[in-house]
Design a binder for this molecule. Structure first.
Ligand code: C2E
Ligand code: CA
Ligand code: CA
Length: 513
């Protein structure tokens, strides 16, 4: 046995305290006695040993876990900085890159340049060929941009079909060369399963002004990019302060247009469509005019594209539809026109894409009680032929309501005979470019005759627009054309002038009431 005085007791106690305080490597000395107390000490040491092993394993595991966690965190950070589709940087990464390039510039004096790219034809590729093809185009465009810049440049996809390149230090001239290289790369065809497409881009370039922020530079590149877009396809513009004014004027114009649509700032003019043989006015085409409070009359070619871009076209289209059909109702009620008289309304491709539009046509017909066949919708060839399945469905829906459908600007685009046969249309309006030479170019009548033959072979009838002289009208009549429209008969006029025009018709052509 051991006595209370045994020094090993206090050694044991101290050892346990050390272990408890976390010093798992400490051991308690075993005496030569090898008695019961030593057995307890050995047991305690063994426990300490076990504890130490367990603790070390635990520590190792914690280390591994921490490392994994750190890696996952990095990956997440990467993902937050990366566009998942193309693997390019995303907007946050681009802004970060721009920010650090701007900081570096302050030390080195050589500044960053940003290029902003917006694809020119992406929407129609996506709409016609589907999203898989669209994704493939975006990936390929990303690769081509990457291939046209240095590896130290940051290429990003900002969302949709918008891309950007940050060159951490480049002169405006160098950046311009790179931008042209990108434009050239994007002019090459992109091969998709079963077909190839081309998708150019509009580019804006900004070199930043005094102490710019990344956001300033992006905004400037955006303004410059819009200037490129406004000029057509595959253009490049460098930001200059004057462009800001253009942008401000444009957004002011959009606001004015919004107001005009809602508060009768728009008017419809009407241009007669004439039966060539008799001179009878068989109908009118409604043509929109904007009487701007400061700028006077603005023509549709100027503001229809603006309305399209600003998302106002549906609202505008509905206004035109309502106004024109109500006007027709008015003329019918006044006994000015009979059931053979029709109103032609221009429809944008956007209207065609919205199923709501079919409902609107149905509602307006019901509200006014106008016969559906007295309303003819004019759609451009491009909208009809390049349209997708939904458009076909809408066309069918509109036809189902009994309204007439006419292909506008026929002969400028894509029509093939097979399309003409297949589409649910009943008339074409031949573009005025096809008759400009009529009366001066001796070959022109043969072309007109051929087009007429083609249209009739498809079971359709043609209206000839842009007739400016008596001679043109006579040639068309001699060739067997039935209807025409143009300045020779009348310019587009405000609705108040229509009664006088109708009264002026030859006797034989007056309405049969
Ligand atoms: P469009 O449908 O091809 O309309 C015919 C255009 O030719 C009209 O120009 C008309 O004024 C003009 N024109 C008529 N006769 C002659 C002629 O003998 N010679 C010449 N040189 N031109 C003639 P406008 O009114 O400026 O309209 C331009 C385009 O704007 C229209 O082309 C149409 O695409 C669009 N547009 C007009 N009104 C509307 C509308 O209410 N809705 C939509 N979505 N588009 C419209
Ligand atoms: Ca038209
Ligand atoms: Ca036309």
């Amino acid at each position: 046995m051991f006595s209370d005085e045994d020094p090993r007791l206090s050694q044991l106690l101290e050892g346990i305290v050390r272990l408890a305080s976390g010093d798992l490597s400490s051991r308690i000395e075993v005496s030569a006695n090898r008695d019961e107390l030593d057995a307890i000490i050995m047991g305690t040491n063994l426990l300490a040993e076990d504890l130490q092993v367990i603790y070390e394993e635990l520590e190792q595991r914690v280390q591994i876990r921490t490392r994994l966690l750190h890696e996952a965190h990095l990956e997440m950070q990467q993902m937050a900085m990366q566009d998942p589709l193309t693997g390019l940087a995303n907007r946050s990464a681009l802004i970060e890159a721009l920010r650090s390039a701007l900081d570096a510039e302050r030390e080195a004096g050589e500044g960053p340049v940003i290029l902003l790219l917006d694809l020119d034809a992406f929407k129609s590729i996506n709409d016609t060929l589907g999203h898989t093809a669209g994704d493939q185009v975006l990936i390929t465009v990303g690769e081509r941009i990457r291939g046209a810049v240095r590896s130290s440049d940051v290429v990003a996809r900002l969302g949709g079909d918008e891309f950007a390149v940050v060159m951490p230090s480049a002169s405006p001239d160098q950046a311009t060369i790179v931008a042209h290289r990108i434009l050239a790369a994007l002019k090459e065809h992109i091969e998709l399963p079963g077909r190839s497409v081309r998708c150019g881009a509009s580019i804006g370039l900004s070199v930043g002004g005094e102490n710019p922020t990344p956001e300033d530079m992006l905004m400037e590149a955006d303004v410059a990019m819009y200037a490129s877009k406004a000029e057509g396809q595959s253009r490049l513009h460098r930001f200059e302060p004057g462009l800001l004014l253009v942008r401000r004027l444009r957004s002011q114009l959009v606001e004015d247009l919004r107001t005009a649509i809602r508060s009768s700032g728009l008017t419809l003019y009407y241009q007669p469509v004439v039966e060539l043989g008799t001179g009878r006015i068989e109908g009118v085409e409604a043509l929109i005019r904007w009487n701007h409070p400061k700028r006077g009359f603005i023509m549709p070619d100027e503001f229809i594209p603006l309305a399209e871009e600003a998302g106002l076209i549906s609202e505008l289209g509905l206004w035109v539809l309502r106004t024109a059909v109500r006007q027709l109702r008015g003329w019918i009620d006044d006994g000015l026109v009979d059931a053979r008289f029709s109103v032609r309304i221009n429809i944008s491709a956007t209207d065609l894409q919205s199923l709501q539009f079919i409902e609107d046509v149905r509602t307006v017909l019901k509200e006014t009680g106008v016969q559906p066949d007295q309303v003819v919708l004019e759609l451009t060839e491009v909208a009809i032929v390049k349209g997708n399945e939904l458009d076909r469905y809408s066309l069918g829906g509109l036809r189902g309501l009994g309204v007439g459908i006419e292909i506008d600007d026929f002969g400028t685009g894509y029509s093939s005979i097979s399309y003409l046969r297949r589409l649910p249309v009943d008339r074409v309006k031949v573009d005025r470019s096809l008759i400009t030479g009529l009366g001066t170019d001796p070959n022109q009548p043969a072309l007109v005759a051929a087009v007429l033959q083609l249209v009739r072979a498809c079971g359709l009838e043609a209206v000839w627009e842009g007739v400016e002289t008596a001679e043109q009208a006579q040639i068309l009549l001699d060739l067997g054309c039935l209807s025409a429209q143009g300045y020779y008969f009348s310019r587009p006029v405000p609705p108040e002038k229509i009664p006088a025009l109708l009264a002026d018709q030859p006797e034989s052509a007056s309405p049969k009431l």
